[in-house]
Ligand binder design. Structure first.
Ligand code: FES
Length: 367
């Protein structure tokens, strides 16, 4: 069953492609990742551990390496960052490195010698901070190169729509702000290279990157590193089951690739992103079983921090109330002071997550 989400003003824009995953044909859309296409086809399990257990999409941003697959003989490719292509051969096992099952080199031999680039300012990371830094440097007259590992600029905060889809108009404020900033940066003359993996800084003026499978060395007068943040997941029994993923990964699937992270979703953790994800999934027609927030329910006894929040971040507060109202309208329980203590399911097969156990957090912070 397809898990693709529909929205009145968002339509698929990528050409349909067909690739092979562990010998089975899978349909995808040009412009989306292998992980998104697999999730759209209801496939959760990706890499295999040495003991044969399966792992699935977890961070969705290239940080955890749980989605490693072999793509056309190239081992250890991150499915959450690698685009699908027609006739691609994707498999969950590593190649044996034998004549019958050869390993393909990452860098083609003809391009083994790295290409050298020279710029005034190199910015690493095209989230809000990297885009803003690149814009400021360019406006000051510098020649600026901006490298970003993801397929589109915007980072975890703006999380733009992938090129597999198009929106008649930006569907929310975050999309609109991200698009406007990127347009400004490109318009100012900053060179942006997506899909660039920066893997070393030999000095603050010499950086190595892998771009389109080719080695590059960039020399710069100034280096700005803006890699953004990633979530701090809390391990619990079953946390590695395919189907358990971070809020960021679930939101990337839904927002950027228009794919539901599952048919029935439990969201747990701390902070406003969980409420936003729940509201977005509900708006797209996904069933949200419950939201577990580890913090206690806000009350008027906390009037001081609430007043400070109303003064410093009124938009955030307004959004929070709006998300909570949406959850109440859809009768989704929000369990304050609760967390997930275990996930259950099959780690050795394609099934993955089946259920979760939840518990109240006591006054000492234990569940
Ligand atoms: S690296 Fe792909 S899910 Fe974490």
């Amino acid at each position: 069953m397809s898990a693709r989400l529909t929205h009145p003003s968002i339509t698929p824009a990528g050409r349909p492609v067909r690739f092979c995953y562990d010998g089975q044909p899978v349909e995808g859309l040009e412009g989306e990742t292998i992980a998104a296409a697999l999730a759209a086809g209801g496939i959760k399990a990706m890499r295999r551990t040495r003991s044969g257990q399966r792992r699935g999409l977890y961070c969705g941003m290239g940080a955890c390496f749980d989605c490693l697959v072999t793509v056309d003989g190239r081992a250890s490719q991150r499915a959450c960052l690698t685009k699908v292509a027609d006739a691609q051969q994707v498999r969950s096992t590593q190649p044996a490195g034998t004549a019958e099952d050869p390993l393909q080199p990452l860098v083609p031999e003809a391009d083994a010698e790295p290409v050298q680039w020279q710029v005034d300012v190199l910015v690493v990371g095209a989230g809000p901070a990297g885009l803003s830094a690149a814009l400021a440097a360019r406006r000051a007259g510098a020649e600026v190169l901006l490298l970003d590992e993801r397929l589109e600029s915007g980072g975890q905060f703006y999380k733009p729509l992938a090129t597999s889809h198009r929106a008649a108009t930006p569907t929310d404020r975050q999309f609109a702000q991200g698009l406007a900033l990127e347009r400004e940066v490109r318009g100012a003359g900053v060179t942006i290279v997506q899909g660039a993996q920066v893997w070393a800084a030999f000095s603050p003026r010499e950086v190595a990157a892998l771009i389109d499978g080719r080695a590059r060395v960039i020399r710069c007068r100034q280096l700005v590193i803006a890699p953004g943040a990633y979530e701090r997941p809390v391990p619990f029994p079953g946390w590695t089951l395919p189907g358990v993923m971070t809020t960021g990964a679930a939101q990337t699937l839904a927002r950027a690739y228009r794919v539901a992270p599952g048919r029935r979703v439990v969201i747990a953790g701390n902070g406003p992103l969980n409420l936003q994800l729940a509201a977005e999934l509900l708006a797209d027609g996904t069933e949200v079983v419950a939201v577990l927030e580890s913090a206690a329910c806000p009350s008027w006894h906390q009037w001081r921090p609430l007043l400070a929040a109303a003064y410093t971040a009124p938009d955030l507060l307004r959004d929070g109330w709006r998300f909570l109202r949406q959850l109440r309208t859809h009768a989704v329980p929000v369990l304050w002071g609760h967390t997930v203590v275990a996930a259950e399911g099959r780690a050795d097969g394609p099934g993955g997550l089946r259920s979760v156990q939840v518990a109240r957090i006591d006054a000492q912070g234990h569940a």
